[in-house]
Ligand binder design. Structure first.
Ligand SMILES: Cc1cc2nc3c(=O)[nH]c(=O)nc-3n(C[C@H](O)[C@H](O)[C@H](O)COP(=O)(O)OP(=O)(O)OC[C@H]3O[C@@H](n4cnc5c(N)ncnc54)[C@H](O)[C@@H]3O)c2cc1C
Length: 351
């Protein structure tokens, strides 16, 4: 196991900001993960688990402890009863390559999650979702190292406590920082029908007389993502981001009604989606734009994608401080205008 020192983290993230890791370890097996944890514990250093770095903002001073990258990269295929195929993938497997593999095997359940950057191990953390699907629907189990007992443990889907962009793994009171995800198993439907729940995706196939294949749905999702700058295209400014920077706010019905009435007075129709009994989900992108941060906005080297108002981008040479200043500016203006507190989606490292 190679232990390196002062390793720059910016190139290991999609946003490309931040300083170095005091120590950096890539662990290719469960035993190496345990060894890396022992290394951090023996020196009383904080530990951070890095996946593909696609949901991170790293501080300019870097991380003063051990950054551990889980490099377990095998995929096991198990057939279960009633047409289900279980794909059991190491945490370090590239997510989109994995999705492509499941589609080649004609297994349904992940096709709408095509093109999301990062690793398999990163997906349960915020219950990754897009275009009408989220991993909570297909994750069967998560195998993780429990840092309290230093033993590995299998967590069922229910034990992961998934909800919108949330799980046991990213909620402080439930277990944030307690588990290192080693493997994730997904139960997919062999020969199953593609998920076509999202209006924008349905529109693509609206004039077709036959249902699209999983591969066609994947291609459509990749195309929509490319148009929105939500696909990593090397060298393109608009994809130098951490994805959506803010979660879509979920508000109780009375708050929604009051805000919708206020907006209507200005001639604006507030879009929203129902979310469970008595709640509405509001599009954060819309609030950001109305608060004065249109697509293409820039403040020095930080800015907003020309294709998606929710993506804060590094135009080249931005520091973490530049990104954080823009984030705070947006949050303050949205709060002033709409009395809504936007919650950031990325994880902040070393702040
Ligand atoms: C262009 C772009 C588009 C995106 N689109 C979407 C989208 O459509 N939907 C969506 O939900 N997200 C999206 N994201 C966000 C991001 O890609 C996902 O959240 C992704 O799953 C993060 O995985 P990662 O491996 O990169 O994790 P990282 O960014 O490296 O880490 C994120 C968090 O997960 C933790 N983590 C990672 N691996 C492990 C592990 N093995 N064990 C324990 N903890 C771990 C880290 O400690 C950290 O807290 C997008 C990002 C970008 C840049």
């Amino acid at each position: 196991m190679l232990i390196r020192e002062q390793v720059p983290l910016a190139p290991l993230t999609t946003l490309g900001v931040g300083g170095p890791a005091r120590f950096f370890i890539e662990a290719g097996t469960q035993d190496e993960v345990v060894e890396a944890v022992g290394f951090a514990h023996a020196r009383q250093l904080p530990l951070f688990v890095l996946g593909g770095g696609s949901n991170l903002v790293v501080a300019d001073n870097g991380f003063p402890g051990v950054v551990l990258k889980v490099g377990i990269v095998d995929v096991l295929l198990l057939t279960a009863a009633n047409g289900e195929v279980i794909f059991d993938a190491g945490a370090g497997v590239d997510w989109d390559a994995f999705v492509a593999e499941t589609i080649e095997a004609e297994c349904a359940g992940l096709e709408c999650l095509s093109g999301i950057p990062g690793t398999v191990g990163g997906t349960p953390v915020q219950n990754v979702g897009a275009y009408g699907q989220e991993v909570a629907e297909t994750i069967r189990e998560v195998r993780a190292l429990d840092l309290r007992s230093l033993e590995s443990k299998t967590l069922s889907n229910a034990e992961c406590q998934f909800s919108y962009r949330s799980s046991l793994f990213n909620t402080t009171e439930r277990g944030r920082g307690r588990y290192i995800i080693l493997r994730v198993s997904f139960a997919l439907r062999q020969g199953g029908r593609p998920g076509l729940r999202y209006a924008e995706l349905q529109e693509v196939f609206a004039n077709d007389s036959v249902e699209p294949t999983l591969a066609e749905v994947r291609a459509a999702v990749l195309e929509i993502r490319r148009r929105k700058g939500m696909l990593i295209v090397p060298g393109e400014d608009d994809s130098r981001s951490a994805g959506s920077f803010f979660k879509n706010p979920i508000v109780p019905m009375p708050v929604f009604t009051e805000l919708a009435a206020r907006m209507e007075a200005h001639g604006w129709q507030l879009p929203s989606y129902p979310l469970g009994e008595g709640f509405r989900k509001l599009p954060a992108a819309w609030l950001v734009e109305l608060a004065g941060f249109p697509r293409g906005y820039s403040k020095g080297a930080a800015g907003i994608s020309r294709r998606h108002a929710l993506a804060i981008i590094n135009r080249g040479g931005a520091t973490a401080a530049d990104i954080m200043a823009l984030k705070e500016n947006i949050q303050a203006r949205v709060k002033d205008e709409f009395e809504i507190e936007l919650q950031p989606e990325p994880v902040f490292v070393g702040f």
